[in-house]
Design a protein around this ligand. Structure first.
Ligand code: TPP
Ligand code: MG
Length: 321
């Protein structure tokens, strides 16, 4: 699947925007200026952008806490997301959840992320089965983590999705850790994609630091789902480059391991790949990065100057006030 030069520059733009958003978020939280929890997606850019880029406009996605790039490229603006992080009235959740959680917007075909893991998977499956019942050629992409892939609901979802031939793609972001637990201490299999065999569906392993590889694998799985050929399990292998959340100093991660993965930083790798191919020069890429810096600075200023929710609206959206 060959991408055009324009598409490649788009991928670079979304990865850069995600990285710069993330770096600013981390820096602001370290200054004590954040409100809720801050989960860095650093290292996940090739996954959340590559996979998100493969979605068709009317596909539905269920991202999780390291999928900032997917929200952004789905059309959720950096202003709205920073507004959410700072609990503002014009944030995605209207100031209800100062986090990367609770950012659902069905107008953008995004299922809101609920903290409990992996509870968005059966929700995503329900949406996928709905497409089948209606005879619509649409697919659902649901993200989950390596740790989450050992929870019961992951297995129940895969089993039912397989039996129902649901148009569902489950992408496990294997970032080697679930909080402080390394992969080897929470599952015996070295490869998460191998779990697909237990359910009779394809399992694919992909380099999660190669944005074009992730895009190709997810695009193929989504096309398969839309054709009515059923679900796919994808394992995208990467590394969580910071702590579980901002409060976590991740002393339990060997520094040599991080240094190894730093050599394979997905944003830098893509930049180098584009430059090596000769179709683009560094000036053009630097301009894109600069555009992203301006966009994020604007989003931060916008969120900072936005109002907190009106206390009179406290019951809005509450199911049983
Ligand atoms: C049911 C449940 N138990 C515990 C938690 C607390 N928790 C939040 S994230 C997390 C680790 C998840 O690890 P993984 O699935 O590998 O995703 P990652 O954070 O590494 O991207 C835990 C234990 C939770 N959110 N839900
Ligand atoms: Mg993990």
């Amino acid at each position: 699947m060959m991408l055009t030069r324009a598409q490649q520059l788009e991928l670079f733009y979304w990865m850069s925007l995600t990285r710069i958003f993330d770096e600013n978020m981390v820096a602001l939280w370290k200054e004590g200026r954040g409100l809720g929890g801050a989960f860095s997606q650093r290292g996940h850019e090739a996954i959340n952008v590559g996979a998100g880029y493969a979605l068709a406009a009317d596909d539905v996605v269920a991202p999780m806490h390291r999928d900032l790039g997917t929200y952004l490229l789905r059309g959720m603006s950096a202003r709205r997301i920073f507004g959410n992080l700072w609990g503002r009235a014009n944030g995605v959740s209207g100031g209800r959840d100062a986090n990367l959680h609770g950012m659902g917007d069905l107008n953008l075909n995004i299922i809101g992320f609920i903290s409990h893991l992996p509870h968005s998977l059966p929700v995503a499956l329900g949406v996928a089965m709905n497409f089948t019942y209606r005879g619509e050629a649409r697919a659902v992409l649901a993200f989950t983590g390596d740790g989450s892939s050992s929870a019961g609901l992951f297995h129940e979802t895969l089993n039912l999705a397989a039996v129902c031939q649901a148009p569902l793609v489950i992408l496990v972001e294997n970032n080697q850790y679930a909080y402080s637990t390394p992969l080897s201490q929470q599952m015996k299999l070295p490869e998460i994609a191998a779990r697909a065999a237990g359910y009779g569906i394809p399992g694919v392993r992909v380099d999660g630091n190669d944005v074009e590889a992730v895009y190709a694998v997810v695009a193929e799985a989504l096309a398969r789902a839309r054709r009515g050929d059923g679900p796919t399990l994808i394992e995208a292998v990467t590394m969580r480059m910071l702590g579980h959340a901002i409060h976590d100093g991740f002393e339990y991660v060997p520094r040599e391991l991080l240094a190894e993965w730093e050599q394979r930083d997905p944003v830098r790798l893509y930049r180098e790949k584009l430059l090596a191919a000769g179709a683009v020069d560094s000036v053009e890429l630097d301009e894109i990065v600069h555009r992203c810096e301006v966009e994020i600075a604007d989003a931060i200023e916008f969120a900072e100057n936005s109002p907190l929710p009106d206390p009179a609206t406290i019951e809005v959206g509450v199911y049983a006030p």
